[in-house]
Write a protein that binds this ligand. Structure first.
Ligand code: STX
Length: 318
């Protein structure tokens, strides 16, 4: 089993002004002369962490991490009381990636994305296929109605009825027929006594269901209030707007990626983004290699997932 490369620190980092008053955090680590790869984090709103650098051989890769608008070290942060998400859409993020690529003097790069990061990777690659050398995608998520209904409107409650009660708890009983919509009202309420508990309940549901086995440390990290408010607000904003693309568009347009070597890594017991979506994507891009991990959930650091991801980045390094 492959596991994480050693801890490394960035050799360069900064904030790029991308317009709309937004400064997007980027960092580079590994080998400055290495093969460029950009890591796209999940959520949306999850931000990057130092563990994400460790998916790539630091001797062979120039590793670019980016905190998408409104989260991580990017500013303004979506947890701020007067947060305005009107300039935070998929297509803003795609444009930001192009600005960062140009800022770093990179012509083409590998694109690595898990979960929401897989959706953003598809949106980016389908817009700028000529900029992408390879795709490594994990826990495939494309915001189709069936995917949102599964995880946020009651499907996965069949597996986690206990945790589901906690997700319902902040929502008035008469609003429970449309939970994403009900949460959008709560999360955008300026009163911290309203949006705070809602954000924590939202983030607790997600973080307690993404690992195959319960992980207290995962839940603790994602229910920390500053993180939870930005994460829940940004996710909810993207889901309320269907990603600003047509229903099914990312899979419909996947044939545009036929020239890009692609690995798809999917956990069989992924309760957040179940295998139906990875399967549909793989059917739309038959050149892709689908690796179904028989004993894993959603998180990128589950052993079988990590092994398959690093196998892919190692193979694509040369
Ligand atoms: N959201 C799935 C996703 O991208 C639908 C995601 N879920 N949890 C995360 O990301 C974090 C690990 C970043 C919290």
């Amino acid at each position: 089993m492959r596991t994480f490369y050693p801890e490394i620190e960035p050799y360069d980092s900064g904030h790029l002004e991308v317009g709309d008053g937004q400064a997007v955090y980027w960092e580079t680590s590994g080998n400055p002369e290495g093969k460029p790869v950009v890591f796209l984090h999940g959520g949306p709103g999850g931000g990057t962490s130092s563990a994400h650098r460790r998916l790539f051989d630091p001797a062979r890769y120039r590793i670019v991490l980016v905190d998408q608008r409104g989260c991580g070290r990017s500013t303004p942060h979506a947890s701020e009381p007067d947060a305005d998400l009107s300039a935070n859409t998929t297509w803003h993020l795609v444009a930001d990636l192009e600005k960062i690529r140009e800022h770093l003097g990179i012509d083409r790069w590998q694109v690595f994305g898990g979960s929401w990061g897989s959706a953003l990777a598809l949106a980016y690659a389908e817009t700028h296929p000529e900029r992408v050398t390879e795709l490594v995608l994990r826990g495939i998520f494309t915001l189709r109605r069936v995917e949102l209904d599964w995880f946020y409107e009651g499907g996965a409650a069949a597996v986690f009825p206990d945790l589901w009660e906690g997700f319902l708890e902040p929502v008035p009983v008469e609003e429970r027929a449309h939970l994403i919509r009900a949460y959008s009202v709560l999360l955008n309420d300026p009163d911290p006594a309203v949006h705070g508990p809602a954000a924590i309940a939202w983030s607790r549901w997600e973080s307690s269901t993404i690992t195959l086995r319960p992980s207290e440390s995962t839940v603790a990290r994602f229910t920390e209030p500053g993180f939870a408010v930005a994460f829940a607000r940004i996710e909810n904003h993207y889901f309320m707007n269907g990603g600003w693309w047509d229903e099914g568009q990312l899979i419909r347009d996947a044939p545009k990626l036929a020239g890009i070597p692609t690995v798809i890594v999917q956990g069989r017991y992924d309760m957040c983004t179940p295998p139906m979506t990875a399967w549909a994507l793989a059917e739309a891009m038959p050149h892709a290699e689908l690796r179904m991990i028989p004993d894993a959930g959603h998180a990128f650091d589950e052993p079988g997932i990590l092994d398959a991801l690093i196998d892919a980045t190692d193979r694509f390094a040369s």
